[in-house]
Ligand binder design. Sequence first.
Ligand SMILES: Cc1ncc(COP(=O)(O)O)c(C=O)c1O
Length: 387
Amino acid sequence: MPKTKLGSTPIQLSHIRVPSLVEKTIRGRIEIDQHAADSGYEGDRAFFVVDLGEVYKQHRRWKTELPQVQPYYAVKCNPDPRLVLFLSKLGIGFDCASVDEMKLVLNLVPDPSRIIFSNPCKSDYSIRFAADAGVRMMSFDNLDELDKIKKFYPDAHLLLRIFASDPTALVHLESKYGASLDSTKTLLKHAFTLKLTVVGVSFHVGSGAGDVAAIGQAVKDSSLVLEEARSVGFKPHILNVGGGFQDSNFELISNALRTALQGEVLENITIIAEPGRYFARSAYTLICTVIGRRQVCNGSMDMIYQNDGVYGNFLNVIIEKEAIAPSMVLLINQKERQLTTRLYSIWGPTCDSTDCVNPSSRFGTEIMAGDWLIYKNMGGSVPNTPL
Ligand SMILES: Cc1ncc(COP(=O)(O)O)c(C=O)c1O
């Protein structure tokens, strides 16, 4: 097999190009890491390069497709403060699921009316925190939650989260949250007896949704529950259509949503949504370095180990069963290598065998420790705030 000596300049092998500004930033950062490594600097962490232009593009797309739907970004998806601040400047609100998320947003955007505490099962402390901070809108889906809210925040404005399910979704939420339609009347009556204020209905068909029928059904069910709320004595004025929007089929799902909304009597109802991955995913490129390699002698494919895995920023390998492969490789190691197509399994840095990022990934070259692997579309499930 031909052997080629490579120079010290990183070589881009893939034809799938990262946008040039992002690529330039990656190269600059890698150079800093390489130089700093000489003086003992802890430069072996994976890092993100963020392109907020992508977020702006998604915002424009949303405005074109769903101008009548006000988005509240789901902070749980990626709590990067730069992203939150940027979205706030675009006029977007925030869906927070915890005290930490509310604190993060309030620090950057000191306006509690732009937050929905969208968690149907909250701790006493978190409800008290919302009351003190003035985060008034929150969701519920069970009787006990209503009693808790009565005790700690009786002035809250409540959204009744109802069951909704897209069987094709990548992440199913209906097994955890959402009141079944045969329980909504009882819940609404209990809220009325407690003198609480129900202002609307919410649903989430699941993350990574793709079934237009599921959206249609959820809007229909919501319309029925809004009518139930009126019959009990409330004056509901909000429908929250949740998240689940994806890059790949946004126009299709938006069209289905628009059609469903038109088909129901929703006069004087403000429509809002809680997109997460839609805004965050494409803006984030993750750069990992190969920290080790194991050549397997029995004919199986060789293994490479990188400095991030499923317990870090590759959580989606487990949650969404996503097949994540690098879109580009930067060859740093100056040793001779074989430039032929080969397969590697890619592993994270922990000692856990579950920490497999990709069981079989194709490369156009031999990979060595010190090379860099570049992963696009990694902003959708970020467990920690990126550095
Ligand atoms: C209540 C709620 N809203 C919004 C989202 C964001 O969903 P997605 O990232 O699919 O848009 C989630 C995700 O888990 C959620 O649970």
